[in-house]
Design a protein around this ligand. Structure first.
Ligand SMILES: Cc1cc2nc3c(=O)[nH]c(=O)nc-3n(C[C@H](O)[C@H](O)[C@H](O)COP(=O)(O)OP(=O)(O)OC[C@H]3O[C@@H](n4cnc5c(N)ncnc54)[C@H](O)[C@@H]3O)c2cc1C
Length: 452
């Protein structure tokens, strides 16, 4: 057995944020990842035909991802993202009409109000209703538990047209769930942060290289450079003895001795960390296993020429709600990525069918695509892209658990945010702080033999 101050199980954004924070604090950290490559739900592969790097799905960040931006600064990739000067969203509606929501760089929340009021995609009467949201957002009040996003928007005077063109695309992208299913609480938190006090909070932030090159590989190099260790391709299990963490066992490799473990695995993988969860973790493991999941489908299309005239375009009212141009975003790559969030109704389709829907929808919205020749296409299904925000889902757990030395991280823990990189990174940073505090406390001594 080797030894480490702390072991982080799972090398997604949560685990890497935790591990880099611990390594930065001078602690000896070991990261163990079950899959052959690190990154979890943020990774890139080389397309086998074109040789270009392709992400498992386009990821969009925002200026309000403060902890993610700190993480990028730590691992040295803050310059590998492009930050919009203010929120600008081109849209092509289901009838093919093009418009642009352009929020001027004003103090929040004026930029949203000014942007929507000037946006001619919906009638003026509907646009004016956006002002009705300001008191609800400013009050800090939490929507009632069972209220859906649509019910909350309607209760605050948002008309159907504005919901369909603005709020629904935003909510479905952020929550990965229909606005008739997802509860409003998390959505309201997203909107509050997006139109928060920071002048750049609403700005779109796009990775200017593949996800592996922005979020993952530099983090692994950071950890290794500080004496830490990352092992991929080895599922880990937690060793618990006498009510305490003793280490982790690795399939096909020698284990690691430690008294501090951060489990940064998704909700559906928590139970597999234990033969039998110890008593203090049984409720949390049961709740995690019961949490639902929602899929995202991405179709990548390689055309023989430029088809889009913007880095991305919203396609409200279609199955694939957004199209991103990797050439304009990341320079070297040359494909379009069409994203279908909340993809329950198409995730089971064959690749050819998915590609066909994406291509037809693109051609309907963007005339230039009709004249272009499609050179290659691929489809990526992430069946458990995010956890469900439906009413009645189990409560999300906190960082600390009833088991001393065992901490939870992951986008699904109780950050108040939906499944996002920011939620993952916040959870990782929280877990790193809790683990460092635990390590600073003296190690409990084995009980002294009783004297008779
Ligand atoms: C297609 C797609 C598009 C998305 N778009 C966006 C977006 O635009 N913006 C945004 O902010 N977010 C987006 N997300 C969500 C974002 O990717 C996730 O919220 C985030 O990456 C989750 O990170 P995590 O570290 O919590 O979990 P994961 O990334 O799931 O990492 C957990 C890791 O634990 C590993 N693991 C599991 N069990 C074990 C074990 N026993 N031993 C060792 N390792 C184990 C897994 O293999 C995995 O690598 C998207 C997600 C998908 C899939």
């Amino acid at each position: 057995m080797t030894a480490a101050d702390a072991v982080v199980i799972g090398a997604g954004c949560a685990g890497l944020a935790a591990a880099t924070a611990l390594a930065d604090a001078g602690l000896r950290v070991a990261v163990v990842e079950a899959r052959p490559v690190a990154g979890g739900r943020t990774f890139a592969t080389r397309d086998r035909v074109t040789g270009t790097w392709v992400d498992n799905g386009q990821h969009v960040l925002f200026g309000c991802y403060h902890e993610t931006l700190d993480y990028l600064t730590r691992i040295g990739t803050r310059d590998r993202v492009t930050v919009q000067s203010s929120l600008t969203v081109p849209m092509i509606d289901a009838a093919g009409r093009r418009s642009e929501l352009r929020c001027p760089p004003l103090p929040s929340p004026l930029q949203l109000a000014a942007g929507v009021l000037a946006w001619d995609a919906v009638p003026l009467g509907e646009r004016l209703a956006v002002r009705k949201l300001a008191p609800a957002l400013a009050s800090g009040a939490t929507p009632s538990g069972g209220e859906t996003v649509r019910q909350w928007l309607t209760r605050h005077g948002q008309a159907d047209g504005l919901i369909a063109l603005l709020w629904e695309p935003l909510a479905v992208a952020a929550l990965n769930q229909s606005i008739d299913d997802a509860t409003a609480t998390t959505f309201v938190e997203v909107v509050r942060r997006l139109f928060g006090p920071g002048p750049d909070d609403a700005a779109l932030v796009l990775p200017a290289a593949s996800l592996s090159h922005v979020l993952v590989d530099p983090a692994m190099a950071f950890i290794a450079g500080r004496g830490g260790d990352v092992t991929c391709g080895t599922p880990a299990r937690v060793l618990v003895d006498d009510g305490r963490v003793r280490g982790v066992s690795l399939r096909g490799a020698s284990g690691i001795e430690t008294r501090t473990v951060i489990a940064a695995v998704p909700w559906h993988a928590l139970a597999a960390l234990f033969d039998e969860p110890p008593a203090p973790l049984q409720d949390v493991v049961r709740a995690a296993s019961a949490l639902g999941s929602a899929p995202i489908v991405t179709v990548h299309l390689w055309f023989d020429r430029d088809v889009l005239d913007a880095p991305f375009v919203g396609l409200p009212g279609r199955r694939f709600q957004w199209v991103f141009d990797a050439r304009r975003i990341a320079g070297e790559a040359a494909h379009l990525s069409l994203v279908c969030s909340g993809a329950d109704d198409i995730v089971a389709l064959e690749n050819d069918a998915l590609i066909d829907i994406a291509r037809r929808e693109l051609e309907a919205a963007v005339p230039a695509a009709r004249a272009a020749t499609l050179r290659r296409a691929s489809a990526v299904r992430e069946r458990r892209a995010t956890f469900s925000l439906r009413a009645g889902e189990p409560r999300r757990p906190g960082t600390a658990t009833g088991l001393p030395g065992f901490f939870l991280a992951g986008d699904w823990t109780d950050t108040g945010l939906p499944a996002t990189i920011e939620s993952a990174v916040i959870s990782g940073h929280r877990a790193a702080r809790a683990a460092a505090e635990h390590l600073a406390r003296p190690s409990p001594q084995p009980p002294a033999p009783s004297l008779r």
